[in-house]
Design a protein around this ligand. Sequence first.
Ligand SMILES: [Zn+2]
Length: 470
Amino acid sequence: MANPRNAAAGSLRQLDPKIAAKRRLDCVIFNIQLSDGPSFETDSQSLDYLAALGFPVIDHPVYTSIEDAGAAIQALGNDRERYPFDIDGAVIKLNDLSAREILGATSKFPRWAAAWKYPPEQKETVLRDIVVQVGRTGVLTPKAVVSPVRLAGTTVTNATLHNQDFIAEKDIRIGDTVILQKAGEIIPQVVSVVLSKRPEGTVPYHLPRNCPVCGAVVERDEDGAALRCTGAECPAQLVRNITHFASRDAMDIEGLGPAVVQALVDKKLITSAADLYTLDPQQVASIDGMGERSALNLQKALEKSKTRGLTRLLTAFGIRQVGAKAAQSLSRKFQTLDRLMAASEEELVSVEDIGAITAKSLVQWFSSPQSCHLVERLRTAGVSFQSTEEALGEALAGKTFVLTGTLTRFSRSEAKKLLEGQGAKVSGSVSKKTSYVVAGEAAGSKLTKAQELGIPVLTEDEMLAMLTAI
Ligand SMILES: [Zn+2]
């Protein structure tokens, strides 16, 4: 068991005692908590009594000096391997039970016992290779393959290397002799490199620049140490990506949840979202739990999804940083996928809600051969690349409005939408850059500030007149 403590606790929690019995749990007794019959003067007496009854009990040697007890703790630590269970420390207790009574306890711990924790066991071994796995979110995870070594109760053959920064910081190289320990006594990790044992000819290790599964470019997360595959059709991320493609906020394909996607991938019926549109209903019907009726319904749902429009399609692509809101702004601005794909980074940054990072992410995504392939196949399948968002007016482009006070003719968000629909920006605070302040009833400090700065103030009616004149 990777974690014996959890395995034991989980087994005891089984509702059916027969199942718990099958787990072959064992125990070793270290204490009598309460005795109704026999009475004892010392701790060792009580454990000897249990042992005589046939209970397995822990080793309980008695020492008469603290020096001897200290030496015994050291010896026990050096000899941990001979126990059939893992230990991470030792406890010294007062043997005399009446002396325990006198010493008593604080609110947190007894005064008659103390624990000594051993430092985690460490072992030297040779790092033979570094393998890189790609997780379902596309993150590349490096793992050390080491010569088998016995460590804290299990045989270890690999260890976590976390990420590129961890490897660089410790300068871990293939061929190095490394020191391993278990973090939290479970996952082995590399503590350090034994530089004196470094063979000649080793080189610093760098994670690949391309995904080891699909070959797409690997990008570092803006906000962290993780390296991530950017492949639109990366097999390692396939189930997750297609489930996202079909999700309610994206193409909203009813009946295409994670389980069905997994089954389609397992049967090798799809290797890309575009494959959804060429699925053979008969093959779909042959999947466990599907049947002809479900296959037909899925077919209808897929057909319906072709007309969702550009906003949802952009959301469905799962481009990093491009959520539903950014997708809507892009869709409104460019109206068709082809116009968006032709946009430069500068043009993208000028769009509402699109920052430099998002713009870069978009340009990169659209320039990848995998993405272009996906787009062309979707085009062939008849998926709409047309925006359903109303195109932005340009009449108020470059103007900034501030709304203040209580509006009576519209809600704040309605007014905001009307202004933004004509290309205006709506801001929350008045500054020299503000073009107009729209003041409703009981307008306060913002109105005062506008008057101080000499910014034109409009009533609601004046704003409406301005909009209808366009
Ligand atoms: Zn990949």
